[in-house]
Design a protein around this ligand. Structure first.
Ligand SMILES: [Zn+2]
Length: 102
């Protein structure tokens, strides 16, 4: 079980901090999970982000959700990897207030 504080992956401007390597891959995955979980307008069959653990095998996507105490959770049905993400509210990937009109 991964327990993540999203702010550890962001710089002072709120952008993804790691530039490369495993930390960057992890940050890309975590922000995609937050965007997927917090987008209440998306259709139910919109696929989740590709699992960072077994993506090379067959592009398995994870299931996402938000708990009652506002923690974003994910779980990969293929490999069983799961985690929870806190401090995601108010980041660029928090879509829970709706997407701004373009
Ligand atoms: Zn997986």
């Amino acid at each position: 079980m991964y327990v993540i504080d999203l702010t550890h992956y962001l710089d002072s401007k709120g952008a993804i901090a790691p530039n490369r390597g495993p930390a960057r891959k992890m940050a890309d995955f975590l922000t995609a999970v937050v965007a997927h979980a917090s987008d209440f307008d998306r259709s139910d069959d919109a696929p989740g982000p590709v699992c960072f653990k077994c993506r090379k095998r067959d592009q398995r996507v994870v299931e996402t959700g938000i708990t009652e105490d506002d923690v974003v959770v994910w779980r990969c049905p293929a490999c069983g990897t799961e985690g929870q993400i806190s401090n995601w509210q108010g980041t660029f990937w928090d879509l829970s207030q709706g997407t701004p009109p373009s």
